[in-house]
Design a protein around this ligand. Structure first.
Ligand code: PLP
Length: 449
């Protein structure tokens, strides 16, 4: 089978092309799928708040010979021979993580954010113990107590609310008085903050006060805001939190993976044990290698500039959507993410339709429930949007305003019926493609070079 020539030279790093050609020479079927996914990523606007475009160095670090090695255990205490360089890279990744987040201890082995959370829960809670968190529907995560998840099955979650009253000046923001009330009533062993769809800054100091009052340990899951925290664009969970987990692949722009951090030696030892051998086997050393490279990138001054722009771009998108008649939950964003209430623009709009219609036009996002959403999770009244990926491509606030107008054109046409939607989708799709071609993937060389 002969694969077609690469479809658009210059949209991505030359190494991506070389890797694709290497794979095509031995496995055309897999290479053809890779081609389609590259095409998709290169020519669509990525607004999923938990996604990003990792640099070529980070992506290809995940494809090195470190994938060949078993390294069960931790640096200096492995269950396999041949681990000298595993120790070196894991130590480098740990040191960089500690510097980035200004903490004493880091475990870089979690395969994912959920694995990191599981290890912490198993370390700090007994089966059936109570912990307090935000509900999934209000912006929490599955691993924060959803009933089908380990966190809701093996432990007893109680949830603290947002301000639900529309007249409240902090409408849809965390109700810290209610957090205290819930915690004083249920005396959780662990109080969890950090969210998947919350657009306001988190007051870690306030959470610590409450945790101290009710006798809980304080955990922050900064999976979404980690890049902002590392760059000083969001207050740090340290020194307030006893333990901090994160993913490495969202705003932090590393490879897919997790990370556990603490300033407490006992918690470090306990979570090390519950991660390995408690819940994981051999670490993914190619991913640990890529984490080290990504943390190195995040320590550079350019990363601070990038994160500043992430925040500015989110604000620009939220402001422009508000001007088009949409409602941003809680009124605004202070970070990289926003929940858009579509029903403010038109009560007929649903998250499910918006996600489908926008994807047809080359704009990728996810439907998302809004606080007190009357619609089911597979339909929803909202979409969640974020700025990390578009900012990586080089979009500025002007481009974000253009993106807002694309969104409105598609959704407005969608409400007018299939023919109108089809025509507008085609028009916006062409403009999206042209915009993407002006902002190629990180590390790309311009066409023809
Ligand atoms: N924690 C939060 C706050 C998240 O938003 C997510 C992912 O969306 C996770 C944990 C889980 O991360 P992973 O998908 O890597 O398991």
């Amino acid at each position: 089978m002969v694969l077609p020539a690469r479809y658009h030279p210059g949209m991505s790093h030359p190494l991506d092309d070389a890797v694709r050609d290497l794979i095509a020479s031995t496995d055309p079927d897999a290479a053809a799928i890779l081609d389609r996914e590259r095409e998709r990523q290169e020519h669509t606007i990525e607004l999923i708040a938990s996604e990003n475009h990792a640099s070529p160095a980070v992506m290809h670090a995940a494809g090195t010979c470190f994938t060949n090695k078993y390294a069960e255990g931790y640096p200096g205490r492995r269950y396999y021979g041949g681990c000298a360089h595993m120790d070196e890279i894991e130590t480098l990744a740990r040191e960089r993580a500690k510097k980035l987040f200004n903490c004493e201890y880091a475990n870089v082995q979690p395969h994912s954010g959920a694995q990191a959370n599981m290890a912490v829960f198993m370390a700090l809670l007994e089966h059936g113990d109570t912990f307090a968190s935000l509900l999934l529907q209000d912006g929490g995560h599955l691993s924060h107590g959803m009933k089908l998840n380990f966190s809701g099955t093996y432990f007893n979650p109680v949830h603290y609310p947002l301000h639900y009253n529309e007249d409240h000046p902090r409408h849809e923001q965390i109700d810290y008085d209610a957090v205290e009330k819930v915690c004083m009533e249920h005396k959780p062993k662990l109080l969890l903050c950090g969210y998947s769809a919350y657009s306001r800054q988190i007051d870690f100091a306030k959470f610590r006060e409450i945790a101290d009052k009710c006798g809980a340990l304080l955990m922050a899951d900064i999976a979404h805001i980690a890049g902002l925290v590392a760059a000083g664009e969001h207050p740090s969970p340290f020194p307030h939190c006893h333990v901090v987990t994160t993913t490495t692949h969202k705003s932090l722009r590393g490879p897919r993976g997790g990370l556990i951090m603490t300033n407490d030696e006992e918690i470090f030892k306990k979570t090390n044990r519950t991660l390995f051998p408690g819940t994981q086997g051999g670490p993914l050393m190619h991913i640990v290698f890529a984490k080290a490279v990504a943390f190195g990138e995040a320590l550079k001054p350019e990363f601070k500039t990038y994160q500043k722009q992430v925040v500015r771009n989110a604000d620009a998108l939220a402001t422009a959507l508000t001007e088009h008649g949409y409602r941003i939950c809680s009124g605004a964003t202070e970070n990289h993410v926003m929940l858009v209430d579509l029903t403010a623009r038109n009560p007929e709009l649903t998250g499910r339709d918006a996600e489908t219609w926008l994807e047809a036009a080359g704009i990728i996002c996810n439907k998302n429930g809004i606080p007190n959403d009357e619609r089911k999770p597979m339909i929803t009244s909202g979409i969640r949007l974020g700025s990390p990926a578009t900012t990586t491509r080089g979009f500025g606030t002007e481009e974000m305003k253009t993106v807002a107008s694309f969104i409105d054109r598609v959704l407005d046409a969608g409400l007018k019926g299939e023919a109108a939607r089809e025509a507008e989708t085609q028009a916006v799709r062409a403009e999206v493609k042209a915009l993407c071609e002006s902002f190629p993937m990180p590390g790309a060389t311009p066409a023809g070079v």
